[in-house]
Design a protein around this ligand. Structure first.
Ligand code: BG6
Length: 468
């Protein structure tokens, strides 16, 4: 058996991620402070695994000191989470800060600095205030873009000295894709035009907060966390390659191009026009996007997407959906994570790195989420009560290997963040698939217990050597 060793550069981030809504719980939430995700949970609790949702989550808000101590113990250099927009303000129009909720962030950031862990903060991770969805149609509205900027202004003013790396959104494409393209999540409405409007307004909102941050002269950076889907065609045949290109256009380039190059791909305008999908943008908005591209990207990478040319024609009356041009393709003999139904293909990180190097001006970026969700992890508990998650250690090792390899070959990739630090609540999957270095024991008052991967991660950090 050959043993490979790779050195992890001293400035390379070895961190883990989470979000506000998936961890905090907040019994002090006031009337009107629900987010989109809270409303989905309220309206549709039965689709959430075992009924767990954002209400208590991991109770991080009451236990963050314990968790930050565990972060230190596990050797994290950075921890990424979000501030929950719906909770941070009591009045979204005037951006009035909820001092009670903000006091918790004051304390959290102070504690993280005390323990030597750098915070990286998203302004939104599926946490659009529900009332803005009900009143304005959410990101379909240009007014909501303005309200987001007002919110960002308050957050930056309060925390610019404590947080140096900001991100407008986590996975800005996801909510509207699930709700308006695929009608798989509440409020289940298919409307491709609304989908594109949400995309555009999130791109515009990112440019506006980048501009705001720079105009205020704060030190630090503003980026965005994307989840581009590394897409492979079934074959090199022209029709399969075209299917992959169109998938890439609608799911990846729709955010990557404007955020990094400052412009949408021409092919996107052309196809949306061809299929009569209207969206509202102005020359001034496009100019603002062109002038305010992001400083860095975080990239969430879990599994590859494989597509082939569609095998059936679409009915001309069917509203346009990008799947008009492609179908999913399952690679025979692929390696799978059976709990999540996702293919395991660590090379996606290398391929994404080379894409960014060649097509996206080798912008600074880091792996912002990578991880393996596993069901019924209790079966791997040893006699000392510790979950021996060797599969997770292997998963991280393989994915980190390709990250470091890409860096050696000139990619500007400066970190790897595991999803997630602790087990947490996911949309619908709730606590079903466990992702954490730290177990959350729901049967024991959400007690925290380090898994084997936590001590392995600590060693990785201490030695800065990855051994495969
Ligand atoms: C990521 C999201 O895409 O996937 C997280 O940013 C989510 O919020 C994670 O929890 C894992 O999802 P799931 O459904 O496998 O638990």
């Amino acid at each position: 058996m050959s043993i490979k060793q790779m050195t992890i550069p001293g400035d390379f981030i070895l961190g883990a991620a989470a979000s506000a809504w998936q961890t905090e719980g907040w019994s002090g939430k006031k009337a009107g402070q629900d987010s989109w995700i809270d409303l989905w949970y309220k309206n549709d609790r039965q689709v959430w695994h075992n009924g767990y949702g954002p209400a208590v989550a991991t109770d991080f808000i009451n236990r963050f000191r314990e968790d930050v101590a565990l972060m230190k113990q596990a050797g994290l250099t950075h921890y990424r989470t979000s501030i929950n927009w719906s909770r941070f303000l009591t009045d979204y129009e005037n951006a009035t800060v909820d001092e009670e909720y903000a006091a918790y962030y004051d304390a959290l950031f102070a504690e993280m600095h005390r323990q030597g862990i750098e915070p990286m903060i998203c302004l939104e991770h599926y946490e659009l205030p529900g009332t803005l969805l009900e009143t304005y149609g959410g990101w379909a509205s240009k007014h909501v873009v303005e309200l987001f900027v007002r919110y960002a202004e308050q957050v930056f003013a309060r925390y610019h000295h404590l947080v140096k790396r900001w991100f407008s959104f986590n996975e800005p494409i996801v909510v509207q894709t699930r709700v308006y393209l695929d009608a798989l999540r509440w409020p289940y409405e298919q409307n491709t035009s609304t989908w594109m409007q949400w995309n555009h307004h999130k791109v515009l909102a990112t440019a506006k907060v980048v501009k705001l941050f720079r105009e205020k002269g704060y030190s630090g950076s503003v980026g965005c966390i994307l989840n581009p889907e590394v897409t492979y065609p079934r074959s090199r045949a022209t029709h399969d390659v075209k299917a992959a290109e169109i998938y890439d256009l609608f799911y990846n380039r729709v955010f990557l191009d404007p955020l990094v190059h400052g412009r949408y791909p021409q092919a996107l305008f052309t196809l949306l026009e061809k299929h009569q999908v209207p969206w509202d943008y102005s020359p001034d908005e496009l100019a603002l996007i062109a002038d305010n591209t992001v400083d860095e990207l975080g990239i969430n990478l879990y599994y590859p997407h494989r597509v082939k040319a569609p095998s059936r024609a679409w009915h001309p009356e069917t509203p346009f959906h990008p799947a008009y041009y492609y179908e999913p393709f399952e690679l025979p003999g692929r390696r799978m994570n059976p709990s999540r139904g996702w293919e395991i293909a660590p090379r996606i990180i290398y391929d994404m790195a080379m894409r960014i190097k060649n097509d996206y001006r080798n912008i600074d970026w880091f792996v912002a989420e990578s991880g393996m969700g596993v069901e019924n992890e209790g079966q791997y508990r040893n006699r000392d009560g510790i979950i021996e998650d060797n599969y997770r250690i292997n998963f991280i090792s393989e994915h980190l290997y390709y990250t470091l390899l890409a860096r050696e070959e000139g990619a500007n990739c400066h970190g790897y963040m595991l999803w997630a630090f602790t087990d947490n609540v996911s949309p619908m999957n709730a606590f079903k698939n466990r992702y954490g270095l730290i177990e959350i024991d729901l049967a024991d008052n959400r007690a925290r217990r380090a898994k084997k991967s936590a001590s392995w991660f600590r060693q990785l950090r201490d030695t800065r050597v990855l051994t495969l």
